[in-house]
Write a protein of this length. Structure first.
Length: 216
């Protein structure tokens, strides 16, 4: 896992000495100090700061100014942390469980760079569900290095682009249909559980799913 260095570890410790230990501001400084093992905590805290504009209460005009001057994190890194944390919250909420991080060695916690590559892979429309599952295993289960995962993603994307036009169209069609089915199945389950829509809409959704499945 890559080591992360703030602009001045001493400066962070000095700030911590002047901040209430029970405050969110102190927690973020502490997370930044031990970034290697607590980037998930840091990402979660920074997301709260960004969303609620708490940095203004601490005397900073912008989020970028806060992350740069308070904890020594560059703008690009801070934004990547926000996006990566939000991705985990949406796609892998179990990783945000305190027990997950606390019961693992630092080497077993995936780096934020690797998770960010996984986030980008999720957005690639040319990749199908099996492709994504492979990258997910590499990052979250095998702890593969971010550079290796990024290299694998680049190679796979190049292979997809080099497919014959007709084959590429078929692959894109299949990927699109699978993504649509995933969305519809999730919607169907939500309708069944919450009962927010009439039963006839549920039936129509089931029929639509069956018809689309027949297209694969």
């Amino acid at each position: 896992m890559d080591r992360y260095k703030t602009k001045s570890l001493g400066a962070i410790e000095e700030k911590m000495a002047n901040v209430d230990e029970g405050s969110l501001r102190y927690k973020i400084l502490s997370s930044a100090k031990s970034f290697k093992t607590s980037w998930i905590d840091l990402g979660q805290s920074l997301y709260s700061v960004w969303k609620d504009k708490l940095f203004k209460d601490w005397g900073f005009l912008t989020f970028d100014a806060y992350t740069s001057k308070e904890i020594g994190i560059r703008k690009n890194t801070a934004l990547k942390l926000l996006k990566t944390y939000y991705f985990l919250e949406k796609e892998e909420p179990h990783l945000l469980d305190k027990g997950y991080v606390n019961t693992r060695d630092a080497s077993e916690v995936p780096s934020y760079e690797a998770v960010d590559v996984l986030r980008l892979a999720k957005k690639k429309q040319t990749l199908d569900e099996d492709d994504y599952k492979r990258f997910r295993r590499d990052v979250l289960e095998k702890g593969k290095d971010a550079r290796e995962v990024k290299k694998d993603l680049t190679v796979l994307m190049r292979q997809r682009e080099e497919l014959e036009p007709e084959e590429a169209r078929k692959k894109k069609r299949e990927t699109t249909i699978k993504r649509l089915l995933t969305t519809l199945r999730s919607l169907k389950t939500e309708i069944e559980v919450t009962k927010v829509l009439p039963s006839d809409i549920l039936k129509q959704t089931k029929i639509l799913i069956d018809r689309i499945e027949a297209e694969i």
